[in-house]
Structure formats: structure tokens, C-alpha cells
Ligand binder design. Structure first.
Ligand code: SAM
Length: 239
């Protein structure tokens, strides 16, 4: 069943106004909000380039962590340029469902245009800090390169919401930036670029993901793996 702010892939209903978060308007307007952003960035080779050639590797690391076949309900918080969601949707098991949340209608429309008609996917126009889904209603959730774009308070609330909607035993997979090792040239070359273009991203260099867990939250299990000399991380949190 669809809630009033939920939108099926075929019928994107965006009547309920939702404020665009200030950091998106101010810092990321060029990447997501501007009407020409989608036509510029929606290129597989470009998103791969932005991740220094690691897009497929990181996408598959996230998806393989979730599993080849995904029963039950899966939540992806925020749209992603490239083919991430198409690959994720293909893994949804018969009778399963993939819900995707984004705060920007332009991004939801773009995602809809990329997905096949029969994909078991529902699109939801919502803010990650106020998902509006029931407690313990998802089997797994994914945050793919979202947290580094957020100011700390928003990041904390987004992590809290993603954990809240997971069932006991459910897993949250986070893939994002991480501080590369001392011998990594990008540790020195990439820092000023990130600092300029993605001012919140260095928080993920300097802190563990667990820094933004809600107070009192104790995961049943947590596992971290790094990639590409430490520039990227995958953290899997079992509730
Ligand atoms: C997942 S992140 C970045 C992913 C990756 N860099 C890429 O290639 O697209 C980008 C998405 O997050 C969405 N987003 C940012 N803040 C959000 C929020 N508070 N709630 C829901 N979606 C949000 C943006 O609208 C955008 O579609």
C-alpha cells in the first residue's frame, strides 16, 4: 500500500511539498538540484570517474553484502546516479519490495526513467531525517555515498532513522568515504578538493560511522572493510 507521500514508479505524485534541505540548496545545488544536473551527471563513466574508477567495485561490495537474492523489504535511502538501483532491484526476490526515498523530485523522476516498468520498486518523496515508515519494518537498508554530503546533525538523524526502521537482525550497509592510508597520494591531493566541493565529507575521514549512532544504540554486530587504499569504506551494522 502507498502512503500519501509514497509514489509508485509509474505514478510519481509529488503534491505534498517537502522543503529542500539547506545544505543541498547551498552546497550541492550543482550536483542534484539544478534542472541540468541530471542530464550532466547521469553518465555511468562520469560517476565511475568521480569515484576514481571504483563505482562497480563499491556498488557490488554493497550489493553482495546484502545478498544475491533479497527477500522481504529493502530500503535505499537517496537516489544514486548510475546503475546502482537497477542492479539492486534485480536482486529483489519474488514477493519482495524495494523502497527508495529521496527529498528531490528531480532525482526521483530520473530514477523512475532508469528503472524497467515491472521493477518491484516504490519511490517515496521524503526526507531521510523523517522517513515516516514504521519502526522495525525493513529487513535491510542501504546508505550509498549519502552521509558525507550531510552536516553532522542531519547525518546523525539519518543514521538514527535508518536504524529505527530495521527489524531486529536487519542490516544497514553504509558505503562512503574514509581516510586513506598515509602512503596514499589521494590523502594529500584529494583533501583540498573534498574540502572545497564537499565540505562535510572530511567528517568521514576523521570519524567512525558509529560516531553518529543514536545514544544507547548497541549493534548486535558491526563490520568494517576499506577499499582503494582506505579512501572508501563499507560498514555493515546488524541491529
Ligand atoms: C545518495 S547521494 C549521492 C550519491 C552519489 N554521489 C551519486 O552518484 O549519486 C545523492 C542523493 O541524496 C539525496 N539526498 C540528500 N539529502 C537527502 C535527505 N535529507 N533526504 C533524502 N534524500 C537526500 C539527494 O537528493 C540526491 O538525490
Amino acid at each position: 500500500m502507498l502512503s500519501s507521500r509514497s509514489v509508485h514508479k509509474k505514478e510519481l505524485n509529488l503534491n505534498r511539498p517537502l522543503a529542500i534541505p539547506a545544505y543541498l540548496e547551498k552546497t550541492y545545488w550543482w550536483a542534484y538540484v539544478h534542472p541540468k544536473a541530471v542530464s550532466f551527471f547521469e553518465r555511468q563513466w562520469l560517476v565511475n570517474l568521480i569515484l576514481w574508477g571504483n563505482f562497480s567495485r563499491l556498488r557490488d561490495a554493497a550489493l553482495n553484502e546484502l545478498g544475491q537474492s533479497l527477500p522481504g523489504k529493502t530500503l535505499q535511502v537517496a537516489c544514486v546516479y548510475g546503475d546502482f538501483t537497477n542492479h539492486l532491484a534485480r536482486r529483489v526476490a519474488a514477493g519482495g519490495q524495494l523502497d527508495i526515498v529521496d527529498v528531490l523530485p528531480i532525482q526521483l523522476r530520473n530514477l523512475r526513467s532508469k528503472l524497467p516498468e515491472n521493477a518491484p520498486v516504490e519511490l517515496h518523496h521524503r526526507d531521510s531525517t523523517d522517513l515516516g515508515f514504521a519502526n522495525a519494518s525493513y529487513d535491510q537498508a542501504i546508505l550509498f555515498f549519502l552521509l558525507h554530503e550531510m552536516p553532522e546533525a542531519v547525518r546523525r538523524q539519518t543514521v538514527s532513522e535508518a536504524l529505527r526502521v530495521l527489524k531486529p537482525g536487519g542490516r544497514l550497509v553504509v558505503v562512503d568515504y574514509h581516510q586513506p592510508g598515509r602512503g596514499h597520494p589521494l590523502r594529500y591531493l584529494f583533501r583540498p578538493i573534498l574540502n572545497k566541493l564537499e565540505p562535510f565529507a572530511l567528517d568521514l575521514w576523521n570519524n567512525e560511522i558509529s560516531t553518529w549512532f543514536p545514544e544507547g544504540f548497541a549493534p548486535a554486530h558491526i563490520h568494517k572493510e576499506t577499499f582503494y587504499g582506505g579512501l572508501y569504506q563499507k560498514v555493515v551494522i546488524t541491529v
